[in-house]
Design a protein around this ligand. Sequence first.
Ligand SMILES: C[S@@+](CC[C@H](N)C(=O)[O-])C[C@H]1O[C@@H](n2cnc3c(N)ncnc32)[C@H](O)[C@@H]1O
Length: 370
Amino acid sequence: MADSPYPELKKSHVPERVGRPWTDYKPPPSAPVWAVISGFGSYHVLVAALELGVFDALAARGAAPGVPPVETAKGLAESLGVSAPHLEALLDSLAVLGLLERVGGRYSLNDPAARYLTTDGAASMASLVPVAPGPLDNWSRLADTIRAGRPAEAIDNDPADFYRPLVEGTFTTMLRAATRADFQVRYSAMTAPRVLDLGAGGAPWAVAVLKACPGATAVINDLDGVIEVAQRTTAEHGVADRCEFRPGDFHTIEIESEGYDMVVLGHVCRTEGPVGARQLIARAADALRPEGRLLLADYFVAPEPQWSPHSVLMGMTMMASTIHGFPITAAQVAEWLRDAGFETLRLIEPIGHQFVYTATKPLKPRAEGP
Ligand SMILES: C[S@@+](CC[C@H](N)C(=O)[O-])C[C@H]1O[C@@H](n2cnc3c(N)ncnc32)[C@H](O)[C@@H]1O
């Protein structure tokens, strides 16, 4: 008997038709498949809402979390200059996705929307959402990438164009992770640490350390065309006068041996592949003074990938759009760190889903075995 793929229509599988309850056969629900199919639409609902300024418009009209929803689709459509019935469908979709509050046909921001989706939200992801998956074309050609073993349009061909909006979008989240990491890393207890931030993006790590330690100084590296983002963020946070900007490829720029108390590799290893990542870790080891620390932030895959879905999918994002990018496992990174001579490895999670390995360069190199 043909079955329906729609979970709510499985009316044929009632005991009256297929037998007594204990002999009944229930097919597995198709909900996981539908969740993936609607994921595509859900993403574009959110991107469209951000592009139209829905969340900011609700915030401007006082439709905030905790107050009864007052704004109708018609009223909001008038202020945004868009079609009311179309906007209503979009607003209802946002409500279904848990990104807006809807009561009696009126809408307001809920807590996640106020925090993450308004431009001025405390942890705004508004500019990150459109760029986070990388070039959308690469996703529609994923099967080709897997056949060929490399993406057709790797972002490596024009990295600055890809990374500039990405690091602008991730800065708030990463700054929060870097700031909260102090509870475990205690960099604020250092008097005048010298920091090297490689592939710094907006330099969230350098900014966090420089703000916490008035005597700290930093060397900030990124590619030409991206390093300007760090120049702006450090100026905005009032720490630019303690930064030296060193543009160029982090594999080849000059780095002083044993010149730093802290080296940061923030979300750069996942795109490098094992060879590039090991090289970067070796450069960090050489740059650190004995007892200096490496902070290596990334999305690490757990021993069973199912335990770390976010890391697996963030690794896939890199695989879809870069030549060497792959999901990297926590065990793999620990091995790279130990092989480079690091000791006292710790894996911390300063904020949800943001993981950082801290590792110390020993006073004396480890003695070789017999
Ligand atoms: C995912 S972003 C991470 C930014 C920042 N470290 C953070 O944690 O938020 C990766 C950064 O590495 C930079 N990058 C990539 N390849 C690089 C290279 N060969 N040399 C220097 N920087 C590079 C990119 O421009 C980008 O800013």
